[in-house]
Structure formats: structure tokens, C-alpha cells
Design a protein around this ligand. Structure first.
Ligand code: B12
Length: 303
């Protein structure tokens, strides 16, 4: 198959505000599937059952888009300074719901592809489809897997989201990312609950212990001390040297997801907020995922 230039695709993506873009082959990644299966085998998914149910579909991008020829991966930087408040909120939640933000941009990118290739079929995936997002993003050159399991871009750190656009256009491929943490184990030592484990020759997050899982996805009682976090957790990224390029410089920030969206919201989200007020205040915010009862539960731990 003759591959076609991705030059116009890439400039369209950067114009849309994506931080980086790369192209991976629409192929099975056996190592990643094996690792994923081992991860499930350990029970590290906690009660996120969909991660198990979707496993068979994750074998090949062609299961999601017939005739898929390339997996276009994009990143979107989201770093911003967290607001001063009791009860820490993870930085990824300091903007509008990233699923919507990225999907809208990917739909525009899809349109740009179809302007050039009218017969192209595309499918946007932002956590929404059963595909190994980080594995394809890594093959597309967006970053390598750190010990904290975050995808790390050697130049930009890890404060970015990932989105994928499956396409029938055979775009030319990018080189996979290369890099590694070396002997550094700051994230492992800093994790308040010891959630980063060794799995074979790699590292893995055991969701059952991860504060992010406990405060966002867990529908039952909290079983770990969330260490002052009321929504998500950023400790394993805060301590990562790739997020601190030089001691004297602030963490790297490029384009953020609508900065300032949360700051008023962060003040409104008091621990004793009423349900109607919660409902109104969290429209379009990732924090809504915890649910009102979850929010009250998380806040009980800090008051
Ligand atoms: C389930 C989930 C969680 C769970 C489990 C986390 C985990 N580490 O697995 C919980 C709720 C704990 C969680 C927490 C967070 N999450 Co989350 N989460 C997901 C989700 C939906 C699935 C991840 C998954 O499949 N995990 C299972 C493990 C096995 O997969 P993996 O760690 O990616 O492992 C891969 C590699 O090891 C790779 N691999 C192994 N061998 C090989 C070999 C080769 C050659 C290659 C290429 C790859 C490869 O393959 C594995 C399978 O893909 C993804 C979105 C998505 N659909 O992918 C977001 C995602 C991973 N989360 C994200 C974020 C931002 C977070 C938080 C930072 C949020 C917060 N501040 O609270 C924390 C970070 C905690 C942490 N250190 O992971 C981002 C990460 C972006 C990035 N730069 O990496 C994602 C990609 C969402 C997005 N669209 O941007 N998350």
C-alpha cells in the first residue's frame, strides 16, 4: 500500500490547538495486549468492569473502523496551576470535560481529512472506544511509558490528554517514542498509597489503591486515605522530573484546556454544597463523574 503525506493533516491538527500529533500503524500490538491481559489478571481494574468486557475488541483497530489504515494520535496539554482550596483537585479536571473538547477538535480534523480525501472514513476515540489509547499514541511518537504508567513526552512531560482518530487514509507513519525513567523511582516512592507495582518487566497502577480511582470511579466506600485529594490525584506526575525541566522553572505549560473555567467552580464546590447547586455547577466539568454522593463522600475525608 502506498502511504500518503501527513503534512497537511499535521498542520490542521496544530491549527486546531492540539499540542502534538503522530501516526501509528493500524495493527495489533501483541506486547500491549499481553500486558493489558496480565493487568486484568491481577485484578488491577478494581470494579471498572468495562475494561474487561472490552478486551476482545481491543485486538485490532479494524474492529472499530472497517478498512482502518492508520491511527492518528493527538495530545492536548492541560497543565494549569491548581486553585488554593481545601481538598485538592487533579489538574486534568481544571477545565471543561476533555472528552467533549477533544472530540469536537477531532471532528474538525476529520472534516479536514475529508476535504482532501472525500471517501475517507474516520472514527474519533476519546476514551469512548475499546482501543489501547496509550499504546497507539506511543507508537505514533507522542511519548513513552513512565514507571507511573503515564505517557511521557521527553520535551513536554506528561500533563496531556490523548485522543485518537482512526482513518481509512493510509497516512505515512511516525517513529515510535523512545525513552525511559532510568533509575528514577520518585513516583513509586511518593505515591501515598503505594499503588505503583511491578508487573513483569514493567510497572503498573493497581487501581484499587490509586487515589484517582478511589475518588472518581469507586462507587463504594473509600478504602485508602486520599491524602487531602477530593477529586483525582496528581502526586505521581508532580514529582516526575520530566515535569520539572529545571528546578528554577515552573512546570511546563503550553496550551491548556480553557484555563480559568474551574477557578470560580472550585470556590462554588463547597464540601456542603446542595444537590441542585452541584448539578448546576458541574455542568460540562469532569468533576461531575464523581456524582453528588461521591463528592460528599470525598469531602467527608477532609473536613
Ligand atoms: C482506566 C484508566 C484509569 C485507571 C487506571 C490507570 C492505569 N494506569 O491504568 C485510574 C482510574 C486509576 C486512572 C487514573 C488516572 N488517569 Co486514567 N485512564 C484510564 C483509561 C480509561 C484506560 C487505561 C488502561 O487501559 N489501563 C490499563 C493499563 C494496562 O494500560 P496502560 O497503563 O495504558 O498500559 C499500556 C502500556 O503498558 C502498553 N504497553 C505494554 N507493553 C507495550 C509494548 C509496546 C510496544 C507498546 C507500544 C505499548 C506497550 O500497553 C498497555 C495497554 O495499552 C485511559 C484512557 C484509555 N481509554 O486508554 C485513561 C488515561 C490513561 N488516564 C489519564 C489520566 C490523565 C489519568 C490521571 C492522571 C487522572 C488524575 N489526575 O487523577 C490518573 C493517573 C494515574 C496513573 N498513574 O495512571 C490519561 C493519561 C494521559 C497520559 N499522558 O498518559 C488517559 C490516557 C486518558 C486520556 N484520554 O488522556 N485512569
Amino acid at each position: 500500500m502506498d502511504r500518503v503525506s501527513s503534512e497537511r493533516l499535521k498542520s490542521a491538527a496544530l491549527e486546531l490547538g492540539f499540542t502534538t500529533i503522530g501516526v501509528a500503524p493500524a495493527e495489533t500490538i501483541p506486547q500491549a495486549l499481553q500486558y493489558y491481559s496480565n493487568w486484568l489478571g491481577e485484578g488491577y481494574q478494581a470494579d471498572m468492569e468495562y475494561l474487561e468486557t472490552h478486551q476482545p475488541l481491543k485486538q485490532h483497530p479494524g474492529h472499530l473502523l472497517e478498512g482502518c489504515q492508520a491511527v492518528v494520535a493527538v495530545s492536548l496539554n492541560y497543565y494549569q496551576e491548581p486553585p488554593e482550596r481545601d481538598g485538592k483537585i487533579a489538574r486534568y479536571a481544571l477545565g471543561r470535560d476533555y472528552h467533549k473538547v477533544i472530540r469536537t477538535k477531532l471532528n474538525h480534523l476529520s472534516k479536514a481529512i475529508q476535504d482532501e480525501y472525500p471517501d475517507a472514513l474516520n472514527r474519533a476515540c476519546v476514551d469512548s472506544a475499546p482501543i489501547l489509547d496509550r499504546a497507539y499514541a506511543s507508537l505514533a511518537g507522542l511519548g513513552w511509558f513512565g514507571k507511573n504508567t503515564m505517557l511521557i513526552d521527553s520535551k513536554r512531560g506528561s500533563w496531556f490528554f490523548i485522543g485518537l482518530l482512526l482513518t481509512t487514509v493510509p497516512y505515512e507513519l511516525d517513529a515510535p517514542s523512545v525513552g525511559g525513567c532510568g533509575n528514577c523511582r520518585k513516583c513509586i516512592d511518593a505515591c501515598p498509597t503505594g499503588a505503583i507495582k511491578i508487573l513483569g518487566d514493567r510497572y503498573a497502577v493497581d487501581s484499587r489503591h490509586c487515589i484517582s480511582y478511589q475518588t472518581i470511579e469507586n462507587k463504594g466506600p473509600i478504602t485508602e486515605d486520599p491524602d487531602g485529594w477530593v477529586f483525582g490525584c496528581d502526586v505521581c506526575q508532580e514529582v516526575c522530573p520530566f515535569n520539572h525541566p529545571r528546578e528554577s522553572q515552573p512546570l511546563r505549560a503550553e496550551r491548556t484546556v480553557e484555563p480559568g473555567f474551574l477557578l470560580p467552580l472550585a470556590q462554588r464546590l463547597r464540601p456542603e454544597i446542595s444537590e441542585p447547586e452541584w448539578d448546576e455547577a458541574t455542568q460540562g466539568s469532569p468533576i461531575r463523574r464523581a456524582g453528588y454522593q461521591g463528592w460528599l463522600r470525598n469531602n467527608q475525608r477532609i473536613t
